[in-house]
Design a protein. Structure first.
Length: 72
């Protein structure tokens, strides 16, 4: 990443701002999911997904998903 804002690309600046805004919102209003329980089925799915990503497997490309769903 760039050393100064002036050296950042538009995408780098956008990513930084999104992260800062999200952090501030969580700081101000808290995490809405805090204290909620994760259903066992979702937990197993997330663990499978994490193992797949760790093994180098990638999901479907965003463009393919939007095309398949007809929301291009």
């Amino acid at each position: 990443m760039a050393n100064t804002v002036a050296q950042m690309t538009t995408d780098e600046l956008r990513e930084m701002l999104e992260m800062l805004i999200e952090q501030k919102l969580v700081e101000l209003i808290g995490d809405p999911d805090n204290g909620l329980k994760v259903k066992e089925e979702l937990r197993r799915r997330l663990l499978r997904q994490r193992r797949a990503v760790g093994a180098g497997e990638r999901g479907e490309a965003f463009e393919d998903v939007t095309r398949r769903l007809g929301i291009e």
